[in-house]
Design a protein around this ligand. Structure first.
Ligand code: SME
Length: 160
């Protein structure tokens, strides 16, 4: 396992994602423990992009329960179909939300959160959890984030 990350500075978003995805793959591919891998992925994303909040919720007993994350304290449980995370789980589909106040039922863990992207991941054909990233800026995520984060989800799913 590499001891430190190489994160290009002064680089475009594409270049940063391009640089960190192989490093994430190297970091998690030899490790089967899901919590360890989710913790490291949260750390890499936080260190690379400085996101306001980045972390995971895991499906447990028919709820999403807070998992490894980086950032301020967050809501611990989310029901199916509730908020952006519960919607990503229910629809098994990435949710790209430029303005959280315009998303019906958005769960405000922090009033500082302005935009959000949530991606589900699966194990054995069922959604096992979601990756949630929040920004304190409006419309901070776009299709580029979606494309690269979906690649990250594929890398994660291969370890599960
Ligand atoms: N805003 C999310 C809840 C989780 S926090 O943002 C960390 C939602 O609406 O599902």
């Amino acid at each position: 396992m590499a001891e430190s990350l190489f994160i290009p500075t002064e680089a475009s978003k594409e270049e940063k994602y391009g640089a960190i995805l192989p490093q994430i793959e190297a970091l998690i591919s030899g490790e089967k423990d899901l919590i360890a891998n989710l913790a490291n992925i949260s750390a890499v994303l936080k260190e690379s992009f400085g996101f306001f909040w980045v972390g995971f919720y895991l499906v447990k007993d028919n709820q999403l329960v807070l998992g490894p994350f980086q950032g301020p304290i967050a809501c611990t449980r989310i029901n199916l179909g509730k908020g952006v995370c519960g919607t990503a789980w229910k629809e098994n589909k990435t949710q790209l939300v430029p303005d959280v106040d315009a998303f019906p039922g958005h769960i405000a863990c922090s009033s500082a959160s302005k935009s959000e992207i949530v991606l589900p991941f699966s194990s054995n054909g069922e959604v096992a959890g979601v990756l949630d990233i929040d920004s304190d800026k409006l419309a901070d995520f776009d299709e580029t984030d979606q494309v690269y984060l979906e690649k990250l989800i594929s890398i994660l799913e291969k370890t599960m």
